[in-house]
Write a protein that binds this ligand. Structure first.
Ligand SMILES: Cc1cc2nc3c(=O)[nH]c(=O)nc-3n(C[C@H](O)[C@H](O)[C@H](O)COP(=O)(O)O)c2cc1C
Length: 372
């Protein structure tokens, strides 16, 4: 399929094809949170074929860590670890993007000594593991913005082609934008304009750092979840304004995190227009959009490009089949069986086996255990 092979230029850098490895947490870093050999092998196999690799969510500070064995960019001590990751990816010809993350109230408690779970407001998540977070003081919000900027600077030094600000999937940045989780009364809460302050200040300060660096073509992307189903919660109207703001502040790409690339509004079942059409409507010429969610077959990949996404991220199918891109390019559907051939780290493999989302077709687990 020609479209599956077409190179694309993003901020002066060429992606050899429009397929992106979706950011996926591996729970597999070394105990000291440096990148492990199993993770490097996982990225290396994918970097041989994908146009661009977005790393697993990477903690921007000690208190940003949300999962066990999550890779981190929390201090200069991790520069060597980050360099290993960017080098491994770039050596195989893919662009390397580091996803910058803070878990906020969604962080698993007791990950390390003296861990504090912090969030915009002391609102507990509706999850079995969740505890009531401590609301960040205003000065701490500014420090957290700086943590994102410092992590971006480390990504620059470590040789990445860019970073992705993780503003999706209910983590800290989304918690600031959401009227459900943000009940602050300082400049970071209250009105929608104030709720935008945290993500936009992070973006602006990272952009300044990029402009002052020796790599002004460093890519800065943003991942967002278009809606929350709760009331109050993020609406499509909110997200249209967020998207416009990101564009006004020179974002290089916008990455939609959805259960399916073709989702229409979850809040308004009457509205059948795909979210991507709502969001791209006024901006189509300016900023590339990445679509993600349930792209498992050649037909779905083709359909996603047809809907208007410029780039398509593969998640689960790129875990089961490290050659998903090559197979799609040959017009073949990738393998949906998790097996030793999947080349995914052991901890990730064991977790996937327990996840109910893979209980049903099309995904299967081979009896032959991962021997990675
Ligand atoms: C094991 C696993 C880990 C994930 N970790 C992240 C992550 O670190 N950052 C993120 O933005 N999304 C994460 N996601 C979401 C994926 O990037 C993707 O949006 C989601 O899996 C939907 O795509 P799919 O249907 O192709 O799997 C993760 C998904 C999986 C399956």
């Amino acid at each position: 399929m020609r479209q599956f092979n077409t190179p694309l230029v993003l901020k002066g850098k060429t992606l050899r094809n429009p397929f992106i490895l979706a950011p996926m947490t591996t729970y597999s870093s070394n105990p000291d949170l440096t990148i492990s050999n199993q993770e490097l092998a996982y990225y290396k196999t994918r970097a041989l074929e994908f146009g661009m690799i977005i790393s697993a969510a990477t903690a921007v500070s000690k208190h940003a860590q949300a999962f066990e064995n999550q890779i981190t960019a929390m201090s200069d001590d991790y520069l060597d670890s980050l360099k290993k990751l960017s080098k491994t990816i770039k050596k195989e010809g893919a662009l390397a993007i580091l996803q910058l993350h803070h878990g906020g109230r969604m962080s698993v408690p007791n990950l390390f000594e003296n861990q504090e779970v912090v969030a915009p407001s002391a609102v507990k998540a509706d999850r079995a593991f969740a505890i009531t977070p401590r609301a960040l003081k205003t000065e701490e919000v500014y420090e957290t913005i700086d943590d994102f900027v410092d992590a971006a600077k480390r990504a620059l030094i470590a040789g990445f082609d860019g970073i992705e600000i993780h503003g999706a999937n209910t983590y800290l940045i989304q918690q600031f934008f959401s009227p459900q989780t943000n009940q602050r009364d300082d400049e970071f809460g209250g009105s929608r304009t104030n709720r935008l302050n945290f993500p936009i200040k992070i973006l602006d300060k990272i952009m300044d750092a990029v402009k002052q660096s020796s790599n002004p073509d460093f890519i800065v992307g943003y991942r967002l979840s278009p809606e929350e189903t709760e009331t109050p919660g993020i609406t499509l109207e909110d997200t249209k304004i967020l998207v416009q703001s990101l564009i006004d502040h020179d974002i290089d790409y916008i990455h939609l995190s959805q259960s399916s690339y073709r989702n229409s509004s979850l809040r308004d079942p009457e509205d059948k227009t795909p979210i991507i059409h709502h969001l791209k409507k006024d901006n189509s010429k300016r900023v590339p959009f990445i679509g993600a969610g349930h792209v498992y077959t050649a037909k779905e990949a083709s359909d996603a490009f047809g809907l208007g996404y410029d780039l398509v991220a593969l998640g689960s199918i790129a875990l089961s089949d490290p050659h998903a891109v090559k197979n799609l390019q040959k017009g073949k559907d990738p393998s949906t069986t998790f097996s030793k051939d999947s080349m995914i780290p052991d901890n990730l493999f064991s977790r996937l086996e327990k996840w109910s989302r893979y209980d049903n077709e099309p995904f299967k687990f081979s009896k032959q255990k991962n021997t990675f």
